[in-house]
Design a protein around this ligand. Structure first.
Ligand code: CP
Ligand code: NVA
Length: 308
């Protein structure tokens, strides 16, 4: 039997998503009450990271520890995925030692190839194309703050990047309206738009080049870096092209009063978001960061205990 992977949000059924949210709530409150079940005792997770990480690495390692298992972190220097040996050989070998692989890569193809060649679950911890663990955390966090997702409008200001794609997919899945404003040339790509249309009715997504229009009446304003990991050579051009796309107080004032402000972090203060907004009363960025831990515990339980 093929293991269950999380390469993209499309790998999850609506039932899986609801299970993740339900387990997250339970796991978070058990932890707050000091209850310590160890459902992953004896299980080991490999964290294979080609790029830097604070939240993803630490939250997965802590999650495994709290659930009774253990984690091994493997940086680029350790295994040099695809260079020292093929992606297939790494996937086949790790499948003999550990119970799941969490993978952060430059190209999305590497995650797909690892999943294809692994006999254990593979979790995408960010590729250049998707960041599904982030999106699941984001929607969970919104639900926690607003109690329901029904009728909500999420507006993303900035690059049509990995974080935006996964968020758009999950919003579409859950019937949440998603609007995105990006500079010309940085919109969500056509291949992605075709994919989202086949997965959803395609009626909950609006694309524009106008941040003020995009945040009008929004319940949530979301932003991310203008320069993702791997795009460092484009830094100067991107900084120029994204002028006018900073989430600042006047932009937040265009949204619903009390609109939530979200950012996956790391933030570039003074570029995509001002200090005033990031540290302001509408910002829930550290709750978002904390929830990575609780949501990923639920993802690990769903995938590692599938069929048991
Ligand atoms: N949001 C997020 O994935 O953060 P890290 O890059 O620090 O893991
Ligand atoms: N879009 C960013 C997200 C970091 C969590 C990047 O890929 O660098």
């Amino acid at each position: 039997m093929q293991p269950k992977h999380l390469v993209t949000i499309a790998d999850l059924s609506l039932d899986d998503i609801n299970k993740i949210f339900h387990m997250t709530r339970e796991l978070k409150s058990s932890q707050a009450e000091g209850k310590t079940a160890k459902p992953l005792e004896g299980k080991t997770l490999a964290l294979v990271f080609e790029k830097s990480s604070l939240r993803t690495r630490v939250s997965f390692e802590v999650a495994m520890g709290q659930l009774g298992g253990s984690a091994i972190y493997l940086s680029r220097q350790d295994i040099d995925l695809g260079h020292r040996e093929s992606v297939r050989d790494v996937a086949m070998t790790l499948s003999r030692y550990v119970n799941a692989i969490v993978l952060r890569t430059f190209t999305h193809k590497t995650v797909v190839e690892t999943a294809k060649n692994s006999t254990i679950p593979v979790i995408n911890a960010l590729s250049d194309y998707y960041h599904p663990c982030q999106a699941l955390t984001d929607l969970y966090t919104i639900m926690e703050k607003r109690e329901t997702l029904k009728g909500l409008k999420v507006s993303f200001i900035g690059d049509g990047n990995n974080v935006a794609r996964s968020l758009a997919l999950l919003c579409a899945r859950l019937g949440v309206t998603f609007r995105i404003a990006s500079p010309k040339g940085y919109e969500l790509d056509n291949a992605f738009l075709d994919k989202i249309k086949t997965l959803t009715k395609g009626n909950s997504l609006t694309i524009s080049n106008n941040p003020r229009e995009a945040v009008e009446d929004a319940d949530v304003i979301y932003t991310d870096t203008w320069v993702s990991m791997g795009q460092e050579a484009e830094t100067e051009k991107r900084r120029r092209d994204f002028q006018g796309y900073c989430v600042d107080a006047p932009l937040v004032a265009q949204a619903k009063s009390g609109a939530l402000v979200m950012h996956c972090l790391p933030a570039h203060r003074g570029e995509e978001i001002t200090d005033e907004v990031l540290d302001g009363p509408n910002s829930i960025v550290y709750d978002q960061a904390e929830n990575r831990l609780h949501v990923q515990k639920a993802i690990l339980k769903l995938l590692l205990l599938a069929g048991s």
